[in-house]
Design a binder for this molecule. Structure first.
Ligand SMILES: *Cc1c(COP(=O)(O)O)cnc(C)c1O
Length: 304
């Protein structure tokens, strides 16, 4: 006999607070400055990115002020967990998701915006050791017209398999190619990528399949300040062979040098010298965040 009444667990599953189809997240950090003060780094950028993502996902969204205030309140409420300057930071994860009693393929009837936080040290187990990347030619993280350019919760589940395959073979992470030509590099699972060749620093141009990191944007500005030429353009995987240096950027990783990239069965090794360009860029970024390099562009939001 077919049972027609919904069992209790199904009713519970579709109860009013269960997540629905739409979801966006953000990632930012609260830092202790050298003088003991507490600050956020460019939180308005995260607010705006969430708004652009929400438009793409047909979701209502918090205003920039509401978003920044929520992040600030979360940091202040958890300040006893914030490590001292240089020892780590408080990673803050805002979430926006649809919920409510609806099954259909339609925007949810209600939305939840929540913010949580966790103290963090280094992102990769290797700490500041160079990353060993694997160029995956089979799995892609984003496609044209898709949602790879916004911080959707749907971006990560599909790359877990690619990451697991790479980690099992001893790599730190995966470098993805564009899904149309399989010829241009796009980004790593959760961070952006840069190539250095002489005084020229190049990063793949973001046309909807690359998540535009706040760190990416900040590093480009810092590089220009330090006298480098910076280009956002299509970057061919073949250019990896002749690059002097490759590095990744993201809130979680910071700026991480790449030690090797394995592409089409060939391993390209990069010399990790003490005077890497990426180290200079990163120490400038960290200097601004910790308050001992002038913050010319009002990136730092002091909250205490
Ligand atoms: C969050 C994220 C980044 C890095 O962005 P930041 O704002 O610098 O932290 C890069 N790529 C992907 C896929 C991401 O989700």
């Amino acid at each position: 006999m077919i049972q027609r009444a919904a069992p209790a667990y199904i009713r519970k599953l579709f109860g009013s607070s269960s997540p629905h189809l739409q979801g966006l997240f953000e990632g930012t950090k609260a830092y202790r400055q050298d003088n003991g003060g507490l600050s956020l780094f460019r939180p308005r950028e995260n607010a705006i990115r969430m708004q652009i993502g929400a438009e793409r996902m047909c979701m209502p969204y918090p205003s920039t002020d509401q978003f920044v205030d929520a992040v600030k309140q979360t940091a202040l409420a958890n300040k006893r967990w914030i490590p001292p300057s240089g020892k780590g930071s408080l990673y803050i994860r805002p979430l926006l998701f649809g919920s409510g009693s609806i099954l259909g393929l339609a925007p949810a009837p209600e939305y939840t915006f929540l913010v949580y936080a966790c103290p963090v040290g280094n992102y990769f187990k290797e700490g500041t050791a160079p990353l060993n990347l694997y160029v995956d030619e089979d799995f892609h993280r984003a496609s044209r017209g898709g949602a790879g350019g916004v911080k959707s919760i749907t971006n990560y589940a599909p790359v877990l398999r690619a990451i697991r395959n790479a980690r099992e073979r001893g790599f730190s992470d995966v470098l993805y190619l564009d899904s149309v030509n399989k010829r241009y590099i796009e980004e790593v699972s959760s961070c952006n990528i840069f190539l250095v060749k002489g005084r020229l620093i190049s990063t793949p141009i973001a046309c909807g399949t690359i998540l535009e990191g706040v760190t990416r944007k900040s590093i480009m500005d810092i590089a220009i300040d330090l006298g480098y030429q910076v280009e956002e353009r299509l970057v061919e995987a073949d250019e990896l062979i002749s690059a002097d240096e490759v590095f990744c950027t993201g809130t979680a990783v910071g700026v991480a040098p790449v030690g090797s990239i394995t592409y089409k069965g060939q391993r390209i090794d990069y010399k990790i010298k003490s005077e890497l360009v990426c180290k200079k860029l990163y120490s400038t970024l960290v200097g601004i965040q910790k308050g001992h390099i002038e913050d010319k562009r009002d990136w730092i939001v002091d909250i205490e």
